[in-house]
Write a protein that binds this ligand. Structure first.
Ligand code: UGA
Length: 436
């Protein structure tokens, strides 16, 4: 059954969710207070790069199931369910800045009408107990007689495969304390034919932070194992395969590298630490996860410095700027940190990324770096090549050509993208993570 949905916030989560909800037949209106963004969307331009998203948006706009507006009133007025999908950025102490959520809750409260039942859904990643605060805020700022329920429905999509993640999720979590609201949410998700877990609001909120923290824990675990592999001559890829074949563990998220980044893991782990501290149950294990993650990059730069001896004035080519492949997102990217570390040591850095150059330049994240036009262009006369993001197209580059173009054939592979035997056979001095 088609439902009328309003999504407030047209970032990764809001826009992809809106497009997917429309695609399964719901009537969706996306609200964003950024006029430029809404104008772009109305012109059919997609402000982010996400495989499959553009087609999905255009198709559903043409079918009149997906609309865009800057007006919260217009969005909320005709909707059965209102999703909040605005940013929840970190504060300097790691805790979450909830001011956008509070602002939206107040805007919704101002336009809710008497006797028109509405479900307000929190889709943004928020600390446990935020649902209670949203409900209190709406109650305080709305007219008497307004009826609503607040639901938590965390989103588990990954950037780069957001559309398939949303269309075919492992699970849908609906946290609600009212049967009426939960039943409406179940209807929305019926067409997705995915397992649904119904919980109370607090548990749903916790599931999101606990899930991201566990995934980050897996990454730091394998990175710690990688160090032992380096010290003992073992191969971390083989070790990950061996432990990952145990279905209780699983092979996913056991790829060693220079650490996790992006707009979610660093922020969410810091937030979960802050939340647990606040609740009087400090989560020390997660502090170690953070420590191992930060050290991965430092150790990588140390090894590069050891090899090149002095980094100053050395020509270093860096392939990769985005926090992972198949996205143009450079927020909290370890690759960017590597570039900045090298520039800080006065190395002459040339960068190339298939999708991340524009945003890295726009946000002034790589000032002082030279911009190459291709992967091969970047390695001309380089003393070393650093692979910082595992774009598939990098492994398809002609490495005999790379060797001819480089000044000295040194590769530092921070993502274990290349086959050691292949590059060594070509005469490269090759260093990767946790592999001899
Ligand atoms: C992550 C979660 O995977 C999603 O389920 C969640 O919905 C999302 O955060 C969110 O909270 O919104 P995302 O940040 O898009 O998704 O990217 P991931 O694919 O999880 O990668 C995060 C980082 O971990 C990347 O820097 C990646 O390079 C790194 N990583 C991942 C590793 O270093 N090793 C691995 O084995 C896997």
């Amino acid at each position: 059954m088609s439902m009328k949905l309003c999504i407030i916030g047209s970032g990764y989560v809001g826009l992809v969710s809106g497009a997917c909800f429309a695609d399964v037949g719901h009537q969706v209106i996306c609200v964003d207070n950024n006029q430029r963004k809404v104008e772009m969307l109305l012109r059919g331009e997609i402000p982010i790069y996400e495989p499959g998203l553009e087609e999905l948006v255009l198709k559903n706009v043409a079918a009149k199931r997906l609309r865009f507006t800057t007006s919260t009133e217009e969005g909320v007025d005709g909707a059965d369910v209102v999703f909040i999908a605005v940013p929840t950025p970190p504060q300097p102490d790691g805790s979450v800045d909830l001011s956008y959520i509070e602002q939206v809750a107040r805007e919704i409260a101002a336009v809710l009408k008497k006797d028109q039942y509405r479900v307000i859904v929190d889709k943004s990643t928020v600390p446990v107990k935020t649902g209670e605060k949203v409900a209190d805020t709406i109650r305080r700022y709305s007219k008497p007689g307004v009826v609503f329920d607040v639901v938590s429905n965390p989103e588990f999509l990954r950037e780069g495969c957001a559309v398939p993640d949303l269309m075919k999720p492992d699970r849908i979590v609906i946290g609600g304390n009212s049967e009426r609201a939960v039943a409406m949410m179940q209807k929305i998700y019926e067409p997705f034919m995915a397992p649904v877990l119904v919980t109370d609001v607090n548990s749903a909120e916790l599931i999101k932070h606990a899930a991201n923290s566990f995934l980050a824990l897996k990454i730091s675990y394998i990175n710690a194992v990688a160090r032992i592999c380096e010290a003992s001559g073992a191969d971390v890829e083989k070790v990950a395969d061996g432990i990952g074949m145990d279905r209780r563990i699983g092979r996913n998220f056991l790829n060693a590298g220079i650490g996790y980044g992006g707009s979610c893991f660093p922020k969410d782990i810091a937030a979960f630490i802050a939340i647990s501290d606040h609740l009087g149950e400090p989560f020390h294990l997660l502090k170690e996860v953070q420590r191992i993650n930060a050290q991965q990059r430092e150790r990588f730069i140390d090894r590069l410095r050891d090899k090149l001896w002095v980094l100053r004035d050395k020509r270093v080519a860096v392939w990769g700027l985005t926090f992972k492949p198949d996205t143009d997102d450079v927020r909290s990217s370890v690759a960017i940190d590597v570039v900045r570390d090298l520039i800080a040591e006065k190395a002459l850095v040339t960068v190339f990324d298939p999708k991340g150059m524009e945003k890295a330049v726009e946000f002034k994240l790589i000032e002082g770096a030279h911009l190459a036009t291709s992967a091969l262009d970047a390695v001309k006369d380089a003393d070393a090549l650093v692979i910082a993001t595992e774009w598939k197209e990098f492994s398809a580059v002609d490495f005999s050509r790379v060797k001819e173009l480089m000044h000295t054939p040194l590769i530092f592979d921070g993502r274990n993208l290349l086959e050691p035997a292949m590059v060594r056979a070509l005469g490269f001095d090759y260093t990767s993570i946790g592999r001899a």
